[in-house]
Design a binder for this molecule. Structure first.
Ligand code: GLU
Length: 486
């Protein structure tokens, strides 16, 4: 990297839907690259598709990026407010700037009005492709005045096409892929202004990347094929193109392009499923990038320090939900119990556990269970039986069907009815003594005891769990379950 070069990256979503996981990864890489080099990260909304762009999508995209904790230095703060010296960061508010450049290209003969309808162009394209031929010259490139008048009289509105070279090739110097060659004869003249007067993506993108002083365009590889045309537009306008880096495609576990079939693809769905943003960030960072020592877990500072484009792979990356779950569990375990409670608030509320019902302090229960949490909804899922009776799981029902279970539970209810102090160690001693006195194996006692008081067969250490549940609850549940057994 040239040390004097100012690093400016951008994420430039089209607000035509939610932020999918691939877009989140692109955002993350742009953010990490900017942070690594002490540069600037810009967010620009490419809303020139009048039909498909929606304000709800803008909001969803801003929410997704904010939730991931990827702060942007310039761009919209919300639908109304923006920050940064090169605004507006909404393309629809920049229309005059595109029109100015289009006028320039038209005046210099580098672009021309094209009156062909979409259907006419598509028909020619289909025919030439079927014959394996290059696209013929667009009929409007050299349109006679008479023909032009004819089109105008017929009420046809012109688009504007940019003249691509007829011969030779355009070479994209990609920072991840190296040199990629594109044959000119296969590149038709590009529409840069639609018949509605609005710019097309390829044109607006070039104008804005230039105007916003973007030094590095890091984006998904579906845009690699747009790059030769964009490079030609830079040349035609006399501008220096930025550096390009195209990120590998993301595949699902079955080797096909990641899609809804593979599960959640929207970033906010991951939030709603209870993933931690820092875990998803760590996971996405490794989805197409790695360090030479294959390190897996990174603090944010470690990621800033380590991330760079040479670590990005050319080959597709595979989305592995099992690894993401594992990683989230690692991040959950590293959180202090008070943080777990805070993060799980919406899920606890949803489950009716906030405000916390009468019972043991939530933080103590969370501390007892914390090794087991993988996702935030596991918090209410694993602590609920401390506050209310829960239905027996199938496994618990099976444990309780043992012939001695009823007697064990009644005996324990009697033993524990007046037991004090109701604490882990004395409880363990007393219950082990109960086993010996009744010549029962510990499993024959511990298993039905756990099943009766918690409704399940797995959970935290038995005696700590009993202590937290408290005598009244334990004895009441033992009696009730014993009575329910035939
Ligand atoms: N608006 C384009 C998209 O959402 C951005 C492409 C680019 O990064 O240049 O795909």
């Amino acid at each position: 990297m040239n040390p004097t070069e100012e690093i400016r990256t951008r994420f430039a979503p089209s607000p035509t839907g939610y932020l999918h996981i691939g877009g989140a990864r692109t955002t993350l890489y742009n953010w990490l690259f900017a942070r690594h080099y002490g540069g600037t990260f810009v967010l620009r909304i490419e809303d020139t598709d009048e039909v498909r762009s929606t304000v709800d999508s803008v909001t969803a995209i801003l929410d997704s990026i904010s939730w991931l904790g990827l702060d942007w230095d310039e761009g919209p703060l919300d639908l109304e407010r923006e920050q940064g010296p090169y605004g507006s960061y909404f393309q629809m508010k920049r229309l005059p700037s595109y029109q100015e450049q289009i006028r320039k290209l038209l005046a210099e003969g580098k672009a021309y009005p094209c009156y062909c309808t979409k259907e006419e162009t598509a028909a020619v394209r289909q025919e030439t492709q079927a014959k394996g031929q290059p696209m013929p010259e667009d009929p409007c490139r050299r349109l006679s005045d008479a023909k032009r008048r004819e089109h105008e009289t017929a009420g046809r509105l012109p688009a504007v096409r940019f003249i691509m070279p007829d011969e030779g090739e355009t070479v994209v110097e990609d920072l991840i892929r190296g040199q990629v060659h594109f044959e000119s004869r296969l590149q038709p003249d590009l529409v840069i202004q639609k018949t509605t007067g609005g710019p097309t993506y390829n044109f607006a993108c070039v104008c804005d990347d230039h105007a916003m002083r973007i030094s590095h365009v890091i984006r998904g590889d579906e845009h690699l094929s747009n790059t030769p045309a964009q490079i030609r537009i830079y040349e035609a306008l006399g501008w220096q193109p930025p550096k390009f880096a195209h990120l590998s495609m993301i595949l699902g576990p079955d080797g096909t392009k990641l899609s809804k079939r593979h599960g959640a693809t929207s970033t906010l769905e991951y939030r709603d499923q209870g993933f931690l943003p820092e875990a998803l960030r760590n996971y996405l960072a490794l989805l197409g990038w790695s360090t030479s020592d294959s390190k897996q877990l990174f603090t944010p500072e470690e990621l800033f320090a380590a991330f760079d484009l040479p670590g990005c792979q050319k080959s597709p990356a595979t989305f592995d939900p099992v690894k993401l779950n594992w990683m989230n569990g690692e991040y959950m375990r590293a959180l202090a119990p008070a943080d777990i409670v805070k993060r799980a608030e919406p899920f606890l509320k949803n489950a009716g556990l906030l405000p916390v019902p009468a019972g043991p302090p939530l933080i103590d229960v969370v501390a007892l269970e914390r090794e087991k949490f993988k996702l935030l909804p596991d918090v209410p899922g694993r602590v609920d039986f401390f506050y209310r009776e829960t239905a027996l799981t199938d496994k618990a029902r099976k444990v309780l069907s043992a012939p001695e279970a009823k007697g064990v539970l009644s005996g324990l209810a009697e033993l524990l009815g007046g037991f004090a102090p109701f604490m882990e160690k004395p409880l363990e001693e007393a219950i082990r003594g109960f086993c010996s006195a009744k010549t029962l194996k510990p499993g024959q006692v511990f298993h039905p005891l756990r099943a009766a008081v918690s409704g399940r067969t797995d959970g935290p250490t038995l005696f700590s769990m009993l202590e937290l549940l408290g005598r009244e609850t334990v004895v009441a549940r033992l009696r009730k379950t014993a009575a329910s057994l035939g």
